[in-house]
Design a protein around this ligand. Structure first.
Ligand code: HEM
Length: 440
C-alpha cells in the first residue's frame, strides 16, 4: 500500500475496537486512552454508582480553561482598564458576552459539581483503604479536599477581575473574614491584597493566581487524583464486585473427590468450578470504547449546559468599583455566604460589649469542618465491606450527621442570599429591602 493510501485509510479508520484484544491494544498504543485501565467493572460504569460527578467537575474545569484562555486575550489587569475591558468583552467583542457568560456559569457549576462529588464519595464511603495492593484511598480523599479548596480559590480570585462594585466589595468582605485568622490572619490578608485594602496590587495578585498559579496547581492535583484512582484499583464499587466474586467462588468449590477425564479419553467427570478471577472477568468489560464514550457524553452534556446557560443567564456587570461607596449590605460570593451568615449569628452584644463572631464563625468553625473531613477516613471504623455502597447501614449515624451539616450550610446560604437586607437585617425576599441574590 502506498504511503498516500495508508494516510487516507488511517484518516477514515474507525477507532472503535472490534475485539477485546483490540481494546487492550488501544489502551496501550493510544496516548489519549492510556489513562484508562484495560478492563472496568460494569458496576463502576453505571451512572448511579458515581453520578460521574468527578468527571463532570473535570470537564467543567476544561470548559473554564478554554473560555478563560479566550478571555485572557481581551482582559487587562489594571484598575484603570479592567472594568472597561470587561465592558468591551460584554458589548463590543463578537460572542464576547456569550464566552464570558459560559465562563461564569461553568465556574458556579464547578463549585456545585465538586461539592456534590464530595457528598457522593462520603455517602458511599468511597474513601476507605481497600482495593489493589498499595491502595490508599484516604490519601486520594485528602487530594480531593485540596482540590475543593482550589476550586473555591479559583472562583474567589476570578470574582475580583471585572472590577465592579460587586467584585470589589465581595472580595473586601471575603478578605476581612480571612484577616480574623489567629496569628497569621493580618499577614495573610496583606499578602493577598498586597496592602491593607483592595487595590492595584490586589488585582494583579488575583489575576496571576486566577490565571496561572491556581490552574497549574489544579492540573497537577487532578493528575495525581486520577493516577491514585488507578493505583487504588479503580472506584471503590469495583472492590464490591471482587468481594462478591470471591464469595460466590467460595460457595461453589469443585465437587470433592472428583476424578478427571483426560480430554474424554479416560473415564471421569469434568469440573464445574467457578474461579473468582473468572467471575470478575464476567462482571467487567473492556474500557475502550465504553469509558471514552461515557466521558465524551459527559463532556458534551457539560459543554451544552454551560453554553446554553451562558447564553440565557446574563453575567452581571455593575457600576465600576468605588472604594468610597459601600453597598449595603455587602455580600460575599454565594458559596461563602454561609460563613458570612455564621459570622453575623455569632456576633452579638452583651451590654456595651460586642462579641465579634468573625474568628469563630469565619475561621474556626470552617477550619474544624475541613480538618474533620480530612481526618474522617482515618476515624471512620465502618467495615471495609461498607466502602463503595450507598447508605450502608453501618454508616447510618455518620451519614445523618454529615447530611445535617450539609443541610445547615445550604439553609445558611439561602438565608444569606435571599433573606438579608441593609445592615444584614432580616428581610423577606418579596419585601421592600430585598437584595437580589448575587449569583456572580
Ligand atoms: C476539581 C475537583 C475534582 C475532580 C476533577 C475530581 C475528579 C474525580 C474523578 C474523575 C473521579 C472518578 C469518579 C467520578 O467520575 O466521580 C474521582 C473519584 C474520587 N474523588 Fe474526586 N475529583 C475532585 C474533587 C474531589 C473531592 C473534593 C473529593 C473529596 C474530598 C474527592 C475524592 C475522590 C475519591 C475518594 C474518589 C474515588 C471514589 C471511588 O473510589 O468511588 N474528589 N474524582
Amino acid at each position: 500500500m502506498s504511503g498516500r493510501d495508508g494516510f487516507i485509510a488511517r484518516l477514515f479508520r474507525s477507532w472503535i475496537p472490534r475485539t477485546p484484544r483490540e481494546s487492550s491494544e488501544a489502551v496501550v498504543r493510544n496516548i489519549w486512552l492510556h489513562a484508562f485501565p484495560a478492563r472496568i467493572t460494569k458496576r463502576s460504569l453505571s451512572w448511579l454508582a458515581s453520578g460521574w460527578l468527578g468527571t463532570a467537575s473535570l470537564h467543567l474545569f476544561i470548559v473554564l480553561c478554554l473560555t478563560g484562555g479566550v478571555l485572557m486575550f481581551l482582559y487587562v489587569p489594571s484598575v484603570e482598564r479592567a472594568y472597561e475591558s470587561v465592558k468591551d468583552i460584554e458589548f463590543v467583542v463578537s460572542f464576547g458576552a456569550w464566552i464570558r457568560g459560559t465562563h461564569r456559569v461553568a465556574a458556579h457549576l464547578m463549585v456545585v459539581a465538586v461539592v456534590l462529588h464530595l457528598v457522593r464519595v462520603f455517602l458511599t464511603g468511597a474513601y476507605k483503604k481497600e482495593g489493589a495492593p498499595g491502595a490508599h484511598r484516604p490519601l486520594n480523599w485528602c487530594v480531593g479536599l485540596a482540590l475543593l479548596v482550589l476550586t473555591f480559590g479559583l472562583s474567589f480570585t476570578g470574582y475580583l477581575l471585572p472590577w465592579d462594585q460587586l467584585a470589589y466589595w465581595a472580595v473586601t468582605v471575603g478578605t476581612q473574614i480571612a484577616a480574623a485568622a489567629p496569628l497569621v490572619g493580618e499577614q495573610l490578608r496583606d499578602l493577598l491584597l498586597g496592602g491593607t485594602v483592595v487595590g492595584q496590587p490586589t488585582l494583579l495578585r488575583f489575576y496571576v493566581l486566577h490565571c496561572f498559579v491556581l490552574p497549574a496547581l489544579t492540573i497537577f492535583l487532578v493528575a495525581w487524583h486520577m493516577w491514585r484512582i488507578r493505583k487504588d484499583g479503580g472506584l471503590a464499587v469495583a472492590d464490591r464486585v471482587a468481594e462478591d466474586a470471591r464469595e460466590q467462588a467460595a460457595i461453589t468449590p469443585p465437587p470433592p473427590g472428583k476424578t478427571y477425564t483426560l480430554m474424554g479419553t479416560t473415564p471421569g467427570g469434568t469440573v464445574q468450578a467457578s474461579s473468582s478471577a473468572g467471575l470478575i472477568e464476567q462482571a467487567s468489560t473492556p474500557s475502550v470504547p465504553a469509558v471514552p464514550r461515557r466521558t465524551m457524553a459527559v463532556f458534551l452534556a457539560v459543554l451544552a449546559l454551560c453554553s446554553v446557560l451562558g447564553l440565557l443567564l446574563h453575567a452581571p456587570l455593575e457600576e465600576p468599583a468605588n472604594p468610597a461607596v459601600t453597598p449595603n449590605p455587602a455580600k460575599a460570593p454565594w458559596y461563602f455566604l454561609w460563613l458570612q451568615e455564621l459570622v453575623s449569628i455569632l456576633t452579638f452584644r452583651i451590654g456595651s460589649f460586642v462579641v465579634d463572631g468573625t474568628l469563630v464563625g469565619g475561621i474556626l468553625l470552617p477550619g474544624v469542618l475541613i480538618g474533620a473531613l480530612g481526618a474522617w477516613p482515618y476515624i471512620d471504623k465502618s467495615p471495609a465491606s461498607a466502602a463503595g455502597v450507598w447508605f450502608h447501614p453501618s454508616r447510618k449515624v455518620q451519614n445523618r450527621v454529615f447530611l445535617l451539616l450539609l443541610f445547615a450550610c445550604v439553609v445558611l446560604t439561602i438565608i444569606g442570599m435571599y433573606f438579608r437586607g441593609p445592615y444584614w437585617a432580616w428581610t423577606w425576599p418579596w419585601g421592600e429591602h430585598a437584595s437580589h441574590p448575587t449569583l456572580t
